[in-house]
Write a protein that binds this ligand. Structure first.
Ligand code: ATP
Ligand code: MG
Length: 407
């Protein structure tokens, strides 16, 4: 710790609670900033790894042999070579291959390029639960990466002032996200400062995923909304419609919007639920978490009724519970999972997000399992975790496809 910081921690002889907390906040945030800079230097731009031919084949359903033949005949994107001469492709090149094959085989185009068609509506998926740490953000990141790797166009929207989703995409909330650069800019009530949503969308290092980052600024919406409601001031639509209307402006650019919500049931979460065409409620299978989710559901039910009374139409394609950080060998957890399945039946997704040191370690490095190369974490651990996450994502994609009327 810097000497100046240590000096600041020495309290003046009489100090009131407000100035003490403010002082602690300053020294702590200074210290955290230093630690973060050391562990994750601000200049360390995130980059996505490249993919081996067998991975590309799995992702695109283009046979290995075809890829190799194309590359040796000089057709299609030119892969780089690793030291051992293996071919590797960037995600942008994988997407080029998709376009190529969809064009060549129009009757199978959907298999190569699964983007939504004109008669299929934008899917807005909210990941919610006010229980902190129920793996909302981890679920969002893995789903976004999975979708982009499979050729979908994704918008990831961070509605949480903690901004962990933004951090996972390399946008550090205190450093990289300035004033009026979060979703608040598109929702705010003062027309002079409000910005079109398109202006605050950023490209990410992950081909196919755009981001609207968050930081503390999004809290302004929680403070402003009750004031505007009480004074009947502000311009534009009522609070719960604003997010939905903003998203409609960029509808044509995406297949799926993923909303990462804060661990609270405020105006932002409510706006997310209203804008959403589907919802995943993440739940860690422990009694306390389930009790907390029960409160969440009760409150959400009440709030949705209030919205309905003010003329809102909530009509979602699907709502599912996802069991997260699941340890299948833990007997009490198994009882909770059994209870949830008994109560909610098919509304609980069959695959569960297995608790894994691989997910945790990847998270610390601000990565998803999809970004790790085999060998970065114990091979078996990585493989098991990856299979579990794939199964969860695949079941969500099936629901999305069903909402589009695809068989
Ligand atoms: N399957 C898993 N295995 C191991 N650790 C996990 C798993 N899923 C999530 N975690 C870890 O649990 C912690 C909480 O996860 P996450 O941040 O996704 O939760 P959250 O619901 O978004 O939290 P918050 O309510 O604060 O937004 C993180 O440290 C994350 O790495
Ligand atoms: Mg989170």
């Amino acid at each position: 710790m810097a000497i100046e910081n240590r000096m600041e921690t020495m309290a003046p002889s009489r100090e009131n609670a407000g100035s003490k907390i403010a002082r602690h906040a300053t020294v702590l945030s200074g210290q955290l900033q230093q630690l973060r800079t050391r562990m994750y230097p601000p200049k360390s731009e995130k980059m996505l790894r490249q993919f081996l031919t067998n991975e590309v084949s799995k992702l695109t359903s283009i046979p290995d042999s075809t890829l190799k033949l194309m590359s040796s005949e000089g057709r299609g994107p030119v892969p780089s070579r690793l030291e051992n001469n293996h071919r590797v492709y960037t995600l942008a090149q994988i997407n080029e291959l998709r376009e190529l094959f969809a064009k060549q085989k129009p009757s199978e185009a959907l298999r190569f390029l699964p983007r939504r068609r004109q008669n299929e509506h934008l899917q807005v998926l909210a990941i919610a639960n006010f229980k902190g740490g129920s793996a909302k953000t981890t679920t969002c990141v893995h789903l976004a990466h999975y979708l982009a790797l499979h050729g979908y166009r994704v918008l990831a929207l961070d509605l949480d002032p903690q901004a962990s989703l933004s951090a996972m995409f390399g946008a550090q909330p205190e450093i990289d996200v300035g004033a009026n650069e979060t979703i608040y800019a598109a929702l705010r009530y003062d027309a002079t400062e409000r910005r079109p949503i398109r202006e605050i969308i950023r490209k990410t290092y992950f081909d196919g995923i755009d981001l609207i980052p968050g930081n503390l600024e999004v809290m302004e919406y929680e403070h402003e909304t009750p004031r505007v409601l009480a004074q009947k001031s502000g311009t534009g639509a009522i609070f719960f419609e604003r997010l939905k209307l903003a998203l409609a402006e960029v509808e044509a650019d995406y297949d799926i919007v993923i909303l990462d919500t804060p661990p609270s049931l405020g105006f932002l979460t409510l706006s997310a639920i209203y804008a959403a065409t589907s919802m995943i409620i993440t739940v860690h299978p422990a009694m306390l978490d389930v009790a907390s989710m029960s409160q969440f559901l009760l409150m959400m039910g009440d709030l949705i009724n209030v919205l309905n009374e003010s003329g809102a139409q909530l009509d979602q394609d699907f709502i599912r519970y996802l069991v997260t950080r699941h340890d299948p060998n833990d007997a009490p957890q198994s009882q909770v999972v059994a209870m949830l399945r008994h109560l909610f039946g098919a509304d609980v997704l069959l695959p569960t997000a297995i608790e894994s040191t691989a997910v945790e370690a990847a998270g610390l490095a601000k990565r998803s399992l999809y970004e790790l190369e085999m060998g970065q974490i114990g091979r078996d651990t990585h493989k098991r975790a990856r299979e579990a996450v794939d199964a969860v994502n695949e079941s969500i994609v099936q629901l999305i496809n069903a909402s589009w009327g695809r068989g």
